[in-house]
Design a protein around this ligand. Structure first.
Ligand code: CU
Length: 266
């Protein structure tokens, strides 16, 4: 039933797709039911058969029962399905020590990605240090906690099978952070940090093999019209096996080491 949705690559996504499917089933039943009722009423109470109005109207209580059943089905979808799913997203955040933590700072029109590095502590950032070309996050490399921080633009790397806990914020306007395959979508609001979390399950390589498409990439899309360049506000997500993620992080650390040596000599 849900084959028309984007590929699925996160743990919680299946339950969300199921809820979405059930909502559509109820809507289909209502659409067909009300449509049929409307056609029936047009015929049943047509003017030719009832030249004079009947002031008693309908006496049966069938419609009351049907409306009650619809209300019960809707209450089940809301209280029984959707609220537990939402609570799982916002009230059971995984402990920081057991997750991959990343800050994502949106701007017109890019996603700045910030990893705390091996020390697990995000270095200090300061708006005064922001340089749109060389330091879009305003990271203070003098801060000891910032020395091992890794930053990228539009490239989010994550290991599978471990909760990813992202802190989202924006430098300018409201954006929306959307990962279709993870079933994640969250408005990104200037002045507010919002946490989202999910467990990625399918590596980029596995998804490419599954689809028979060697060029397939998971993407970050901005799902909120945020300005003239909105259409190009597109990032990429690479999901790795844990060892491969570690190798990527080590490589980033090595590059940081080289960069700091260069700055000593220049
Ligand atoms: Cu945007």
């Amino acid at each position: 039933m849900t084959s028309w949705l984007p590929q699925l690559a996160s743990e919680h996504g299946a339950a969300l797709d199921q809820a979405l499917g059930l909502v559509h089933v109820l809507m289909a039943v209502l659409f067909v039911g009300w449509g049929a009722f409307f056609a029936y009423v047009l015929l049943r109470f047509r003017r030719r058969r009832h030249p004079a109005a009947d002031y008693r109207g309908i006496t049966s209580h069938a419609s009351t029962w049907v409306e009650g059943a619809v209300a019960v089905a809707e209450a089940f979808l809301l209280v029984g399905l959707s609220m537990p799913l939402w609570a799982d997203r916002v009230e059971r955040l995984p402990p920081p020590a057991e997750s991959t933590r990343v800050r994502v700072v949106a701007e017109q029109f890019a996603w700045n990605v910030h990893y705390p590095g091996p020390d697990g502590v995000f270095g200090r950032t300061d708006v005064k240090l922001i340089d749109t070309q060389s330091n879009p996050l305003g990271l203070d490399r003098e801060d000891p906690a910032a020395k091992d921080d890794v930053t990228t633009i539009n490239q989010l790397h994550l290991p599978v099978d471990r909760p990813a806990r992202l802190t989202l914020t924006s430098k300018d306007v409201i954006h929306s952070f959307a990962l279709q395959e993870m079933r994640v979508k969250q408005d990104v609001i200037p002045g507010i940090s919002v946490e989202v979390w999910f467990v990625p399950k399918v590596t980029t390589d596995e998804m490419r093999a599954r689809l028979g498409n060697p060029d397939y990439n998971y993407e970050i899309s901005c799902a909120q019209l945020c300005g003239l360049g909105h259409y190009r506000m597109r990032g990429f997500v690479t999901l790795h096996r844990p060892e491969a993620f570690q190798a990527w992080m080590d490589e980033q650390q090595a590059q940081l080491g080289e960069a700091s040596e260069e700055s000593i000599w220049n």
